[in-house]
Design a protein around this ligand. Structure first.
Ligand SMILES: Cc1cc2nc3c(=O)[nH]c(=O)nc-3n(C[C@H](O)[C@H](O)[C@H](O)COP(=O)(O)OP(=O)(O)OC[C@H]3O[C@@H](n4cnc5c(N)ncnc54)[C@H](O)[C@@H]3O)c2cc1C
Length: 369
């Protein structure tokens, strides 16, 4: 029922703008409004904080169905979870009440600020600092590649509080867009997900009260990594959705397009491609749903499953969308058809929340027993 209702909302209210959002590189405002109206913009927020209380699998299904029509729009529910999960996992009750309620009500989105210009895969090498000053902290630094920066009201920022301790000297904070000293860079000019703004976040002597720290001092990096264990599954969901959109389009196209006097879908060479695409997609889906169940239960093998689902599903999405372009021939290579957008959008799922090389490092360190 959830899938059906999200699919019909996505097809009616989000799909019609997807090509335009990509072409113009503009934020999908129509999608945000439709998702907020349907209470689907941050479904993971528990009911006790005014949210829909969706479990990890339901959240995956929402993201999957939005990504099936518009990957950029699927970053609204996905990044709202990414940005706010540190608060949910490690924040005080007071922080949860203060920030999760407006998120659930659609009054402010959340972004996640871990990466920096010189600290990507090696995120613990970050330079942004938070220095204790009386009853607060003063933050200085640059965060890079921040999804929905400028649009979001709230930012979970990881910053160094003790440079001697490397990852154990990093703490997490909630920073608000309106805090003095917060500003944003120009939107990055990207290959895909062009509707999702990616910008630098500048922190210039940003003074915040000490109660905006998420968890204890020095626990921010551990919270950031624990968050990714859960949210890599949402990137897998995004990959599944993009791949499903491309497969659905290609399936319809091969029935209509005629060459050699018959639909190209009658050729076994084409049928075998579609069979492989559907097989890879279903394998990726099963792994993603298995990971979502582990996320919900908090199982010990979540780290392996989260990384495996993200890595496998994103590699599958890249292959499936590339094959969809192939099945449309020259037409697939043009912006008159949606599959080239889907192929460009799929690429990012192999890069963010840790590249697929990094996922393999994570898996190798956490092999199933
Ligand atoms: C569109 C977009 C949105 C993003 N959104 C966010 C966001 O909201 N918040 C946020 O904090 N970050 C975000 N990111 C950052 C993203 O997570 C990083 O780009 C990613 O982790 C890789 O870091 P990097 O770009 O610095 O690449 P690098 O770390 O410089 O990696 C370059 C290459 O080297 C490889 N490599 C690096 N180390 C190793 C190793 N040990 N073994 C093998 N290979 C290795 C990588 O796999 C990659 O192929 C976003 C990025 C993009 C492009």
């Amino acid at each position: 029922m959830l899938r059906e209702s999200v699919r019909s909302l996505a097809e009616a209210k989000i799909a019609p703008f997807a090509a335009d959002v990509d072409e113009e590189g503009r934020f999908p405002q129509e999608a945000l409004e439709a998702l907020v109206a349907g209470d689907l913009h941050a479904v993971h927020v528990p009911e006790s904080y005014g949210g829909a209380g969706a479990d990890a699998l339901a959240t995956v299904i929402v993201i999957e169905e939005v990504a099936r029509v518009c990957a950029s729009s699927s970053l609204i529910p996905a990044v709202n979870k990414l940005g706010s999960l540190p608060v949910l996992l490690s924040g005080s009750e007071e922080l949860k009440k203060r920030y999760l309620a407006p998120l659930a009500q659609g009054d402010g989105m959340f972004s996640y600020c871990l990466s920096e210009p010189d600290a990507g895969s090696d995120a613990a090498g970050m330079k942004t600092k938070a220095v204790r000053d009386g009853d607060g902290y003063v933050l200085n630094g640059v965060k890079r590649w921040i999804t929905n920066a400028g649009v979001s009201e709230y930012y979970t920022v990881m910053a160094v509080t003790d440079p001697e301790k490397r990852s154990r000297g990093i703490s997490a904070f909630v920073v608000e867009k309106s805090d003095e000293g917060v500003s944003f860079g120009a939107p990055e000019k990207k290959l895909g997900i062009k509707g999702s703004p990616t910008r630098e976040v500048y922190l210039d002597n940003v003074r915040i009260p000490a109660d905006r720290m998420i968890g204890e001092e020095g626990t921010g990096f551990a919270t950031a990594m624990k968050t990714l264990d859960h949210t890599r599954i949402t990137i897998a969901a995004q990959a599944l959705g993009i791949a499903q959109g491309a497969l659905d389009y290609a399936k319809g196209y091969v029935r209509e397009r005629k060459q050699f006097g018959k639909p190209i879908g009658d050729f076994q060479g084409v049928q075998f491609m579609l069979a492989d695409m559907a097989m890879k997609l279903e394998a990726a889906r099963q792994l993603t749903y298995a990971a979502a169940a582990r996320s919900e239960r908090g199982d010990g093998d979540l780290t392996f499953f989260g990384a495996a689902a993200k890595c496998y599903a994103s590699d599958a999405a890249m292959e499936i969308t590339t094959d969809a372009v192939q099945l449309l021939g020259g037409y697939g290579y043009t912006r008159d058809y949606p599959v080239e957008r889907m192929m460009r959008d799929a690429k990012i799922t192999q890069i963010y929340e840790g590249t697929n090389q990094v996922q393999r490092i994570v898996m190798a360190r956490n092999l199933p027993k």
